[in-house]
Design a protein around this ligand. Structure first.
Ligand code: GDD
Length: 409
């Protein structure tokens, strides 16, 4: 028996995702037409004997209620949201709900970060995990050396795949092999977290009996129930024949910014070719719109037959796309109206926004730079014949003049 746990964080996390996280929790922001968290959840379908999926976070429960009940009936595996009263860190959050998780008597606990985009090769990982016989197996990937310091960097034994050394976001380069934020643990992980927490308590007690100086350093230290999976668990357990690695050569990205969400939407659309081709739009160019490459169109969206759409376009519920419009590499959210002959390219258009006739909303398509794509927040109106380039527009603005490289507050 297995259970899966997906760490979704909370409103104080994911601030880099603004302005898109203003009206939807980041884990529910749609990528390729499905909420971000939907992709790891549907990957869990491949786990045999999966009895339960938990989402752990500190968002309000009601924000996830609707999604959790619809996905449970769709997957036929119960999905439950467990809310922390405050952030406990990535391992502390898991530990908080150990009793509930252990009610299912799982042999394996799959633990997935919600904000990573990959093919989640969970069955291959599980086979390897059983072979290794450690308490945990983590998914790892090679990245370009310059970007490795944004992640946990690690060294693994080339033959046994044992994790030999682990450093979280190091200042000096250690390795281009990084932690993908996808793990399988045996229930012994709870003992490892408990040890860290107990050790902290002991140290805090020692400090209490000593001097003012120690008191000062105590205020700097973390609360005893706040435990980070990476620094507090993975680093100390490396090189002790307890943790092993499984390398993916498939795509892997982290989704911290709106730019990366556009890139990852494209990666998931491409994955639909293999996993869910029925979700991809097909156009014949006569009766329906011309479709190029991977495109998702929600069944309730109204797309005029003279539009040209793609590649990498995702159109959400009730959007209306007018005659002659051209959409390339963009996410169009619910209730958006794109009027006749408008162009939207390398951009995200927020809920209920409208783009006027002959207007252009455009970015340069650089996912890593702050103004590399154009983002319209919720309910933004771009009037007719207005050009918006490499800009971020906050919710409820009306643009009647053209702008370039600007953040409109
Ligand atoms: N429930 C809950 N409670 N979730 C949390 C908490 C918490 O207190 N803190 C973080 N998370 C969730 C985040 O939402 C995310 O899904 C995951 O735990 C890891 O978040 P962080 O601890 O902020 O780390 P990170 O995302 O900067 O980096 C981690 O993931 C990378 C892969 O994406 C590290 O493990 C890196 O080593 C790794 O490369």
């Amino acid at each position: 028996r297995s259970v899966a746990v997906i760490m979704v964080g909370g409103p104080t996390k994911g601030t880099r995702f603004r302005p898109l996280s203003f009206n939807v929790p980041k884990p529910l922001f749609p990528l390729a037409g499905q909420p971000m968290v939907h992709h790891p959840i549907s990957a869990c379908k491949s786990i045999s004997n999966l009895v339960q999926i938990y989402l752990i976070g500190f968002y309000e429960e009601r924000e996830f209620a609707l999604y959790v009940s619809s996905i449970s009936s769709e997957l036929k595996v119960p999905v439950r949201y467990l809310r922390e009263d405050k952030p406990h860190g990535s391992a502390g959050g898991l530990y908080t709900f150990r009793d509930i998780i252990m009610e299912e008597s799982p042999l394996q606990i799959f633990l997935l970060n919600c904000d990573v985009c990959c093919s989640f090769p969970l069955t291959g990982m599980l086979e390897a995990h059983k072979r290794y016989g450690g308490i945990g197996t983590m998914l790892v990937s090679k990245v370009v050396a310059e970007s490795a310091n944004q992640f946990g960097e690690l060294v693994a034994d080339p033959d046994t795949k044992e994790l030999l050394h682990y450093t979280e976001k190091p200042e000096t380069f250690v390795s281009d092999l990084i932690n993908c934020g996808v793990y399988i643990f045996t229930p012994d992980i709870f003992t490892a977290i408990q040890d860290v927490s107990m050790h902290r308590k002991d140290r805090a007690n020692l400090r209490r009996v000593s001097s003012f100086e120690a008191l000062q350093s105590a205020t700097k230290s973390l609360p005893t129930d706040f435990v980070r999976l990476d620094q507090d668990i993975l680093s100390p357990l490396a090189g002790k024949k307890q943790l092993y690695t499984y390398e993916t050569v498939d795509f892997w990205e982290q989704i911290k910014t709106p730019g990366m969400s556009l890139k990852c939407s494209g990666l998931y659309l491409n994955q639909y070719r293999y996993t869910s081709p029925h979700l991809l739009a097909v156009g014949d160019g006569i009766k329906s719109a011309a479709v190029i490459g991977n495109v998702y169109i929600h069944p309730s969206a109204k797309v005029h037959s003279t539009t040209k759409i793609g590649p990498n376009v995702s159109i959400s519920a009730n959007a209306r796309i007018g005659a002659g419009a051209r959409l390339i590499n963009c996410i169009i959210l619910d209730d958006v109206e794109i009027k006749e002959n408008a162009v939207v390219m390398h951009a995200i258009v927020g809920w209920k926004s409208s783009v006027g006739k002959w207007s252009r909303v455009q970015g340069e398509g650089d996912y890593d730079s702050k103004l590399g794509i154009t983002i319209l927040g919720e309910a933004v109106t771009v009037e007719d014949e207005v050009v918006v380039i490499n800009s971020i527009v906050l919710p409820n603005k009306v643009l009647n003049i053209s702008v370039q490289e600007e953040i409109i507050l």
